[in-house]
Design a protein around this ligand. Sequence first.
Ligand code: PHE
Length: 447
Amino acid sequence: MTKLDQTNKRDNFTGLFGVIAAAAGSAIGLGNIWRFPYVLGDNGGGAFLLLYLGFIITICVPVMLSELLIGRKAQLSIFGAFRKLAPGSLWWIIGLMGVAASFMILSFYAVVAGWTLEYAFFALKNHFAGMTPAELKHTFDYLTGSTWRPVVFMLIFMFITAIIVQSGIKKGIERYTKILMPLLLVIILVLCVRSLTLDGASAGLEFLFKPDFSAITTNTVMMALGQAFFSLSLGMGVMATYGSYIKKRESLGKTAVFVTITDVFIAILAGIAIFPAVFAFGLQPGQESLEGPGLVFMILPGIFNQMAGGYFFSVLFFFLLVIAALTSSISLMEVVVAYFVEELKIKRVKATWIAAASMSFLSALSAVDGRIFNFFENTSSNILLPLGGLLIVIFVGWFLGKKIVREELEADGRVAFYFRLFVPAIRFLAPIAIAMVFLNALGIIRF
Ligand code: PHE
């Protein structure tokens, strides 16, 4: 038994609901509420949404199921899993890529989580009350442009993440997320209603849901795939780790489908909250004044300003968003810590602080230099995660053996009805689709 097994007892989650809550906790985060709206806004709206949904169905669900399956079969995290399932091979490199991805992702993720934390305090002080969209933009540029502020808030966030990770992912998180995440959902729904009832809201819905195919570029396609992987925490071993906690009799298919649907649902709701307000405020998504990572920070306080009880909701919202970010960041840090503990034989507490310190260093670079931030963000989500996903489906589809796949999907005693769809999906559909996006991005093929 490894150290990780002792601290992270495999019976820690209370049944399928607990695992689903944890996996959804990893998936749902800044990716849905901060990243999805801004990437969609920068990439033309409705057509991006369609590509994103297409990739989720054809690529991401098969990848998620493959990851869960690897974890449950091996009963180990991603590193041990490959050593056990494919001894003497080089497949464990997927795990190493996951470590690299998790360093890169956390380095910008913690910066955005830091902004969120700062916004929560500003909301508490009622700082945004009465601000115009131009003033909100100015505030965002000012806060994030400062050298020390983003670093300090990033460090606070990283510290909280490390405190949770060092003691193992305990029941406490599960208990709180079960209450807090539904609460976040309620606030997003309230935001949607307010945004939709603003004058001129319909242009926002049109932007979000009416595909304009002329807006699709090579870059859009890659961004949509990257966002799908990022949002579902795929391609780097997080879901494999959670899979190892799922009991044999429980259904992996249900888990994958539930987590995917909830995640997509929340991203779309975030879009419904943001875009009608963007247009109602007389702005244009993707324009220089309103592009990039600042989108939700510039728009949301404006919606709260227009709302009865806006003060209360805004404080609650930003704090809950920090918590949603935390349930994702712990899963990111856990990948690195698991690697240190299992492969490098470092004790868990020490491993956690080494990880946190080195990640904080990278993150400080992202906090002060937007180019580094962008580099980490794009390389991890658009390249490393889909590449990891490609290797994972190839492994499960071609190397793991149909018998094992079948066994794992037979959770409830019957051959899962989706087994027939799943095998061709991981053997052909998903790998070919990912490969085509890459070849297209490299300019080798053109659509
Ligand atoms: N899916 C998380 C989010 O949407 C981010 C994440 C990516 C977490 C990859 C773990 C692994 O916020």
